[in-house]
Design a protein around this ligand. Sequence first.
Ligand code: 9D3
Length: 259
Amino acid sequence: MRFDLITLFPPMFAAVRDLGITGRAHAHGLWSLVTWNPRDFTHDLHRTVDDRPYGGGPGMVMMAEPLAQAVEAARLARLEAGADAEGASAPVVLLSPVGHVHTQAAAQAWSQGTGAILICGRYEGVDQRFIDRYVTQQVSLGDFVLSGGELGAMVLLDSVVRLLPGALHDAESAVQDSFSPTLDGLLDSPHYTRPEVWREDPVPAPLLSGHHAHIAAWRRERSLALTATHRPDLIEAARDSGRLSAGDERLLHDRSHKS
Ligand code: 9D3
């Protein structure tokens, strides 16, 4: 899997390339990352990548031509590297508040692909003619304002790369993530480690029982309670898709009728 990042700030991507789970996966050759700076595709003395908006208004707009030349360079490099299936070309994705909101389901779909060319905008936006001509999809992180697309791209990369086969240790198993199939879309139960008593606060007894069915039942009850408190929307979604058992419903019912 290969990602080509079009960005004015290539050094930002050292974090996802070199550190943690994604860094280890990169070192093991599970994915690669190449950055392309639009400034390197300018031809004027000041290496200009932005200009004032036609029609007026605040801020600056990223110019189409340096972005287009960066995408063309990335496409050629992917072709030469055999990064995509023969005859196929990588998606060109703009990180943008206009896009579809990124989800775990989308991360799973991405993890089955061969990567993409990711465009990170800065300033007030990107010349629409570049978007119309090159961009195949737009992805947002949610309804808040970032200073640019880089952190969005890094979040997308992290969420996808950790799902690649071999990226996680057994101890980090993606199968048990919140939003994963085994948790039925509920939030994960709380975690505890040594010491058994910390500042007079003991670890919940079921976790020390060694009885696997009791532990599983306690965790399910905690997951349901946590989700009902903090994300009732996820309870509803799990119910609507048939992922709550009669036992789950009883736990939720009993809980909501306690004084
Ligand atoms: C005043 C209008 N602003 C739109 C909300 C302009 C604007 C703000 C921030 C235009 C671009 C940006 C930069 N944001 C991103 O590049 C971005 C982003 C985001 O701001 N929120 C959520 N996801 C993303 S992904 C890329």
